[in-house]
Write a new protein. Structure first.
Length: 183
């Protein structure tokens, strides 16, 4: 990665490795609007194939890729191109995985929900920040509601009727909420 690629998003290349197609599409569009040239993969094998064809300036890697670990992608990306700024993004944040991600070559580790601004800031932050608040960022009520609905859906193995019963909602109300924000 050249110094000009680091400062000029117009020429920056980005790899998104995310198995959730809706989230991957959203991230892709957002970064493309900012001038990045974006490639995306849904599995470690797809990511490896893309990396063999091109070096990337930046990468966003989901920690959990179906049954696979995104840590293997981080390791392979870093081995192939140590200059790539890799951000690990996860809904399953833990100290152990954060430590391993950094050891394997990630430059940053973010817990979901994180937005494009958070990710882009992580790309450019080269050093630690001792002033980071310990209590974390507050989530909006809509985000908390969505996370609770999604967690309940997972517990019910995506059975809408059972999830609605557990949430105390009418089935059609839950279905409308899910139409607004795809699972």
């Amino acid at each position: 990665m050249t110094e000009s690629a680091a400062t000029d998003a117009e020429s920056a290349t980005l790899l998104i490795v995310e198995d959730d197609p809706t989230f991957a599409r959203t991230l892709r569009r957002s970064f493309e609007r900012r001038g990045y040239r974006v490639s995306s993969a849904a599995s470690p094998d797809e990511a490896e194939s893309l990396c063999s064809a091109e070096d990337f300036d930046y990468a966003v890697v989901d920690l959990k890729l179906g049954a696979s670990s995104g840590l293997s992608v981080v390791q392979a990306l870093h081995a192939r191109s140590p200059e790539t700024r890799i951000v690990v993004l996860t809904g399953y944040a833990s100290i152990a995985t954060a430590v391993e991600a950094i050891k394997l070559g990630a430059s940053h580790y973010l817990a979901k929900p994180s937005n494009t601004d958070d990710i882009e800031a992580a790309f450019t932050s080269g050093e630690g920040d001792a002033s980071v608040p310990v209590d974390g960022r507050k989530s909006s009520i809509k985000t908390l509601e969505w996370e609770y609905i999604h967690r309940t859906l997972v517990e019910c193995e995506f059975n809408i009727s059972e999830a609605a019963r557990r949430l105390g909602l009418h089935r059609r109300t839950l279905a409308r909420k899910l139409e607004k924000r795809q699972v």
